[in-house]
Design a protein around this ligand. Structure first.
Ligand code: NAD
Length: 500
């Protein structure tokens, strides 16, 4: 991987009021870094790697990002390091108050942040309001609550245990749920008394600017949360900094392995939130009329660009015909279009690259002889990076779509004859992130879920927004470590013991 070059820096003085603001609907410009409370604009287009930020619906470039190089990354890490002792010594109750104020501001600013996310990555605006405003605000509020109740000092076998911060945490995040993913990392790290250097996805750099500014407005001291912009090269540079104690990474498996190797080489700890190939299991007694449209919505949320999308529907063979009809009816509810419109529930994919990748999975499935479930044509706009949803059944073992994460609107139906087979089919994956289980009997569904090796099982369609403090994370290729709630905070602490 090439070493990032260092762009020239232009700075605005602290307190100039430019911290975390972003212009409205026009040209967004170059995404700034925010370091030690200063806005720093990497200006060296000729020397730095520059990525265009493209509105996935219009195809227009709305701004760009220059890779922060070693000098800027070092500057951010040092700022975080300088801020670490004071933030670690800030009482938990005060840290909780800052998180609570940030939650309130996020709720206020959620609608405009949602419009920005829609421009950056094409998420339908109503979904963006729910998942990039309300949900992360709830997550922050839940971190505040968990910070107050944590039990930072405990007794164990006569020894005094202290849960102490790790120091500087690097947070590296993807583009698909950008605000939510930043909040899950930054909220937990700050709650635990760490300071942070955030590197968001180069496809969605602007919402991060607003969010980091918002934490400043909530009273977070300068240097406690710093933002560097750029792609993989900037991320690698950050992971390699010796001052970074822990790397919290969300993204694909390939990048996750590279991050874990680099961090491991210098014995820094890591949390990896990677992909998924999650099953939705409909037990024989499930209310299909309710469950089928709900699991299809979970599969197609954000046009399938969700790590926990339920892209494998595991269904009783005896009811497969009925389920196909319900799937066809549910597909008729998909409303593609301009993601700014409130009546649109299906947006474009994030990029032309992602569209090509998803199309390749569909072509491979068809070539292998997978059978598309019949339904009325879904007209997607001619502009934008759209791929119409596809549901395949009778999928041969060799089809890539059966095992690999597509990260697009492609669903497979798998059948079983009894519950033992359902368990085998649902568990037959290298991933282990999440699952949905549906049954008329909640306890029966929960018992089935307990037997799955996944981080989260959702019974009968319970949503994350209802339980923002429940830990999230995976097994196998889905990574390791947990985010959210008390477990997410504990992940970013170490225990020290004093025996006397
Ligand atoms: P990606 O792996 O390409 O990039 C993720 C982030 O890592 C970006 O900020 C990127 O710039 C950075 N990066 C890439 N290579 C790096 C390297 N070698 N060193 C340091 N940083 C590096 O993923 P993406 O395309 O942005 O996101 C899609 C992937 O994220 C999917 O596979 C999806 O399943 C996964 N994801 C997982 C979860 C989860 O919680 N499990 C949530 C959302 C997305």
């Amino acid at each position: 991987m090439p070493e990032p070059t260092t762009p020239e820096l232009t700075r605005s003085p602290p307190g100039s009021g430019t911290g975390g603001t972003i212009a409205g609907d026009g040209w967004l410009g170059r995404a700034p870094c925010l370091i030690d409370g200063e806005r720093i604009e990497p200006a060296g287009a000729l020397t730095a790697a520059v990525t265009a930020v493209v509105d996935p619906y219009t195809g227009q470039t709305v701004g760009d990002v220059a890779d922060a190089g070693p000098e800027l990354v070092g500057h951010a890490v040092h700022a975080a390091r300088r801020a670490a002792p004071a933030w670690a010594a800030t009482p938990a109750s005060e840290r909780a108050r800052v998180l609570e104020r940030a939650a309130a501001l996020l709720l206020d600013r959620g609608p405009s942040l949602a419009r920005l996310v829609t421009r950056e990555m094409g998420m339908p605006v109503t979904l963006a309001e729910a998942t990039q405003g309300e949900l992360p605000a709830r997550v922050l509020a839940s971190f505040a609550e968990a910070t107050r109740r944590f039990g930072w000092v405990e007794d164990a076998d006569g020894a005094e245990l202290r849960h102490v911060p790790l120091g500087v945490v690097a947070a590296i995040t993807p583009w698909n749920m950008p605000v939510y993913q930043i909040v899950a990392k930054v909220g937990a790290a700050l709650a635990a008394g760490n300071t942070v250097v955030l590197k968001p996805s180069e496809l969605t750099p602007f919402d991060a600017v607003v969010l980091v500014g918002l934490f400043g407005d909530a009273g977070l001291p300068p240097g406690a949360l710093n933002l560097v912009q750029g792609g993989a090269a900037t991320g690698a540079c950050l992971v390699n900094r010796p001052e970074v104690a822990h790397v919290s990474f969300t993204g694909g498996v390939a990048a996750g392995k590279a991050v874990a190797s680099a961090a491991g080489a210098r014995l820094a700890s890591v949390t990896l939130e990677l992909g998924g190939k999650s099953p939705a299991v409909l037990l024989p007694d499930a209310d299909l009329a309710h469950a089928v449209p709900a699991v299809l919505r979970s599969a197609l949320v954000n046009s399938g660009q969700a790590c926990n999308a339920t892209t494998r529907l595991v269904v009783p063979a005896a009811r497969a015909g009925e389920i196909e009809e319900l799937l066809a009816a549910a597909l008729a509810q998909v409303a593609p279009g301009d993601p700014r419109r409130r009546d649109v529930n299906f947006g474009p994919l994030v990029s032309g690259r992602q569209r090509a990748r998803v199309r390749a999975f569909i072509a491979d499935a068809l070539a292998c002889g997978a059978r598309p479930v019949e339904h009325e044509d879904i007209d997607v706009p001619r502009c934008g990076f759209f791929v119409a949803p596809r549901v395949f059944t009778d999928v041969p073992e060799e089809a890539k779509v059966l095992r690999e994460e597509v990260f697009g609107p492609v669903v497979v139906v798998q059948t079983y004859t009894d519950e033992a087979e359902a368990l085998k089919v649902a568990g037959d994956t290298d991933y282990g992130l999440s699952a949905e289980v549906w049954s008329a009997d909640t306890e029966r569904a929960a018992a089935f879920g307990r037997a799955l090796r996944v981080g989260q099982v959702k019974v009968n369609g319970v949503r994350t927004r209802e339980r923002p403090a429940v830990p999230f994370g995976g097994f196998g290729l889905s990574g390791f470590g947990r985010e959210l709630g008390r477990a997410g905070i504990a992940e970013l602490t170490a225990v020290t013991a004093v025996l006397r």
